[in-house]
Design a protein around this ligand. Structure first.
Ligand code: SF4
Ligand code: SF4
Length: 144
């Protein structure tokens, strides 16, 4: 059972073929009381795995879980760090908000500005595809 200190992050995992066959996600939930929501998953022809998932739990459990994954040779990247918005290019037209299903981009009614909350971003790249001025740069997109 998670507490009020619940912490949630969207992370990108890369792992080798031998890890693909191990029940890492199951262990993560069982050993550390973390919950996960797989947002994207792909196994390459060489059987290397890439997954984007939302991981939630207490802050302490989260740290232990990340360290567990790293000990098993899984490379972890914070998805939010690979998404950027060019603030000077964005015209706050609001087009991207209609396609951002995680509400990482939303229109603030008071300021009439489009706010970008990178902690909610799953790197789906919808915004980058639709933005007329190319203000959204999604690095994770290159790997799918
Ligand atoms: S579509 Fe582009 S320019 Fe329009 S609000 Fe979104 S990021 Fe800004
Ligand atoms: S990539 Fe863009 S559309 Fe997709 S979740 Fe992130 S901000 Fe929203």
């Amino acid at each position: 059972m998670h507490t009020a200190e619940e912490y949630s992050r969207i992370i990108s995992l890369h792992f080798s073929p031998d890890v693909v066959r191990k029940p890492m996600m199951y262990n993560l939930a069982k050993k550390f009381d973390l919950t996960f929501n797989i947002l994207k998953a792909r196994i390459s022809p060489r059987e290397e795995g890439h997954m984007i998932l939302e991981l939630s739990g207490s802050n302490a459990a989260f740290k232990k879980g990340i360290s567990y994954l790293q000990k098993h040779g899984i490379s972890i990247q914070d998805v939010a760090q690979s998404i950027t918005r060019n603030e000077s290019a964005c015209t706050h037209c609001g087009l991207c908000t209609a396609l951002c299903f995680n509400r990482a981009l939303h229109l603030d009614l008071k300021s009439r500005k489009v706010v970008f909350n990178d902690a909610k971003c799953t790197a789906c790249s919808n915004c980058a595809r639709i933005c007329p001025v190319g203000a959204m740069h999604v690095e994770a997109n290159e790997e799918f």
